[in-house]
Design a protein around this ligand. Sequence first.
Ligand code: AMP
Length: 149
Amino acid sequence: MSGYQHILLAVGYSEHGDYVAKKAKSLASIYQAKLSIIHVLDNIPMPDTNYGTVIPLNQHSSDELLEAEKAKLMQVGDQLAVDLANRWMLWGVPKQEIIHIAEQEKVDLIVVGSHGRHGLALLMGSTANSILHHARCDVMAVRLQDGMR
Ligand code: AMP
């Protein structure tokens, strides 16, 4: 089998991001592969502590919020020495956009974190699960445990 040539790391909101990122980086080094990263902005509910409600993050969110999201992605990109052209941040449903960019950019391995959910969360499906079932390329699901960094 020939090695991987283009690896795409899906950067989520989890506190385990570093662990997944390091796995992707070491795979890219082993295979001498191009490494890209992607973060998809979806409607994440942001708690509004003043009113006890949630505010959806969307196209109308403040520039500061979007800048903060971009800064997080840039930080990961810098840590992993990913070329600027290979850092993707876009709006949409994470699983769909990740698969779309993977196909567009001819990615042959997607790396995601996976919590191994059970019960209701499993029935509802996770981003990792969905990518695993719908991507045309290989997918590496990095198992995440509570308490890891
Ligand atoms: P989740 O199913 O949301 O717990 O996320 C599992 C994995 O999917 C994360 O570790 C990321 O690799 C990826 N992921 C989740 N949400 C996003 C997102 N908004 N953008 C990019 N990747 C994501």
